[in-house]
Design a protein around this ligand. Sequence first.
Ligand code: ADP
Length: 191
Amino acid sequence: MRALPNIVITGTPGVGKTTTCTQILALASQSDPPLNLQHLSINDLVKTRSAHSGYDEELQTLIVDEDKLMDEVEKEIEDGAGNGGWIIDWHSTEGFAIRWVDLVVVLRCEETAILYDRLSSRGYKDAKVQENMDAEIFGVVADEAREGWTEEGQVVELKSTEAEDIEENAERILQWVKNWLKDREAKGDGD
Ligand code: ADP
């Protein structure tokens, strides 16, 4: 049994995953007692563990070697103490084992003009901006998550359009962690 839950923060590029993770960690460290959550940026893992097989110029992205990547993810979150508390930041849930994760948060930015600005300000080419906008409009990441985690409440979608949403979402996710801890304690007492 993990001491803290593992949470995936997912969504189309540009929805605010990394910003939200940073905010969750900041709130967790200020909480009383502090909660020892850790950010697992899968983007960084792809690069640092060479879990890729080259660069796709058209899509301006590393070609991910999913098997290698998932081995590395498993090493991070299951090896060691396996104590949990990972806030996992990735634009997909494909390949993740259901057992690794207690909650999947899908951030959504359905205001296409806002998402367009965020993506184009990253220097993405039109094709890449369009691909991501389509993915967001069709809710591809949310569908994929719901296919994996079918229990009620395991997948939540949160709006990430305005700056206030970041703070609100981070507070909500932290509250979910606190509730998870309370439930776990209550279950432990009853055993
Ligand atoms: P992701 O990790 O999902 O690709 P980022 O967290 O890197 O997205 O955010 C991309 C950009 O959009 C950043 O400049 C960030 O400040 C901005 N941003 C993200 N979410 C919001 C939001 N809810 N309100 C305002 N700006 C946001």
